[in-house]
Design a protein around this ligand. Structure first.
Ligand code: SF4
Ligand code: SF4
Length: 117
């Protein structure tokens, strides 16, 4: 069943203030000795481990790095221009993209006929 995005952007700016990354879980934890040690190491650089998926062998990082194109009133300087990055045009493309951003104006239906999120 096709999942469609609903709602609209209301310029809260939250998706423009962090950078999220996915890394290979087992190799990374092996390099650092433990997940706790990895978290300590990253914390000195302002990077948080926000998720861990053993099945997919992935770890998820997040760091607070505001985009230089975000204005003080949360407008995108490169909106509607070829300089706007591909991922920004698509965001959010899934429910997972906004699970940590409750203020986002977009939502994804759980299933047809169910309540909208
Ligand atoms: S380019 Fe625009 S939409 Fe993309 S992160 Fe920066 S301010 Fe936000
Ligand atoms: S988090 Fe959602 S509502 Fe806020 S700026 Fe990003 S897309 Fe727009």
């Amino acid at each position: 069943m096709e999942i469609q995005r609903t709602g609209e952007c209301h310029s809260c700016g939250e998706c423009c203030k962090t950078v999220n990354m996915t890394v290979v879980r087992d190799i990374t934890i092996q390099q650092h000795g433990s997940l706790k040690e990895l978290e300590l190491y990253l914390s000195y650089r302002g990077i948080r481990v926000v998720g861990s998926d053993e099945k997919r062998n992935q770890l998820y990082y997040s760091m607070d790095v505001p985009c230089s194109e975000l204005t003080s009133d949360n407008q995108c300087r490169v909106h509607d221009s070829p300089r706007k990055p591909f991922i920004c045009h698509r965001f959010p493309s899934s429910k997972e993209d906004i699970e940590d951003i409750p203020e986002c104006g977009y939502g994804f239906p759980a299933r047809r006929g169910a309540n909208w999120q």
